[in-house]
Design a protein around this ligand. Structure first.
Ligand code: 5GP
Ligand code: ZN
Length: 333
């Protein structure tokens, strides 16, 4: 799963920082709010980082409420004072959203709790029927003709020695083989796979996180050696925003220092600049001690931009990060 380092909820989901978690499944997590409105105030979040409700799929948005309903029932039956509840989602800073990872609040309420919902309703005289109808039309027009998101399918890319393609269930044993080596996970947030179930979880997360909307892609590619047919690593591409793409990768220990990941990264670089006309910058970063990863970025023409000191807590230890990027110039790149 894509973890946004600066997002407090992503870090709770990834167990980097503590929270009183009351529910977790493959898609969602719920935990107690650190500044509760009343006892038992719970936040429900999807594991996938998404800032706004409109960025969630219909299924994801529905899932938040589905889990919220189930948790409310448990809260009501737990003995926590909960005669009623406010379920709410603040969408956007103007509406009071402070943590930009969309979340549903479940706030228990009881008579005399001293809380109130602070909206002031307008005088109906301000909104005669004609005005209401006009507003309704503006919305129903949009419902009838929603903006079309342009989606693209994840490509399969070929290089001299490699095929980069979407993961398949049949890659499980290969994933386990490279991801269980402690050196491979040394500089990344995830732990070395101990059992094949860990690799299965990775595949599930890949499936869950894949996004095909042009300005919001998230693709994970299996890096497969043509010669042996073995999947030896992974490289993912995402648009941080329509103008900025980012790659991240991991490669099996036995395949280091052979130029394999540079070959893969080069193919993704060319594909992205060619197919995403709005993208002007392709970036990557790594832990400062990860010399191999820095070499990949340099080999594909990225420039070292600087070091972010103690910018990430890697398995409990604060570490420096090095930023690299390549930008599109006026000639094309
Ligand atoms: P928002 O205002 O974005 O709808 O709600 C954010 C909520 O997250 C607030 O109610 C706030 O108390 C809660 N919150 C902020 N930081 C943390 C944290 O580190 N841990 C937990 N459990 N809740 C947090
Ligand atoms: Zn997040």
């Amino acid at each position: 799963m894509e973890i946004i380092l600066s997002c407090i909820f992503c870090r709770i989901i990834d167990k980097q920082i503590p929270a009183s978690i009351i529910y977790e499944d493959e898609k969602a997590v719920a935990f107690l709010d650190i500044h509760p409105i009343n006892e038992g105030h719970v936040l429900v979040v999807l594991k996938r980082h998404e800032e706004r409700l409109s960025g969630l799929s219909e299924d994801e948005a529905g899932y938040l409420l589905k889990i919220g309903r189930k948790l409310l029932k448990a809260i009501q039956e737990s003995g926590i004072k909960c005669e009623g509840a406010n379920l709410f989602l603040s969408d956007g800073p103007t509406a009071g959203q402070e943590v930009m990872h969309s979340h549903l609040h479940i706030a228990p309420r009881f008579e005399g709790d001293g809380q109130r919902v602070g909206f002031i309703h307008s005088d109906p005289a301000q909104y005669p029927r004609a005005r209401l109808d006009q507003i309704a039309t503006a919305i129903t027009d949009k419902l009838a003709r929603p903006d079309k998101f342009e989606t693209i399918t994840q490509p399969t890319l070929e290089t001299k020695r490699l095929i980069l393609r979407p993961y398949r269930e049949s890659d499980l044993a290969d994933i386990f083989a490279y991801a269980s080596h402690p050196e491979v996970s040394k500089f990344v947030p995830w732990e070395a796979h101990i059992a094949i179930e860990d690799s299965k979880k990775f595949l599930d997360l890949v499936k869950l996180s894949t996004r095909t909307i042009r300005d919001k892609l998230y693709y994970v590619f299996a890096v497969r050696l043509k010669e042996s047919g073995q999947v030896v690593g992974s490289i993912d591409f995402k648009n941080v925003n329509p103008c900025i793409g980012q790659i991240d990768y991991a490669l099996g220990f036995d395949f280091w220092n052979k130029g394999i990941m540079s070959e893969a990264a080069e193919a993704i670089r060319d594909w992205a600049f060619e197919n995403l006309p709005k993208m002007v910058r392709l970036q990557a970063f790594c832990v400062a001690d990860n010399v191999g990863s820095s070499r990949v970025m340099e080999k594909i023409g990225m420039t070292r931009e600087g070091m972010r000191r103690k910018a990430f807590v890697l398995k409990g230890n604060p570490v420096d990060l090095i930023d690299y990027a390549i930008v599109r110039d006026h000639e094309g790149r």
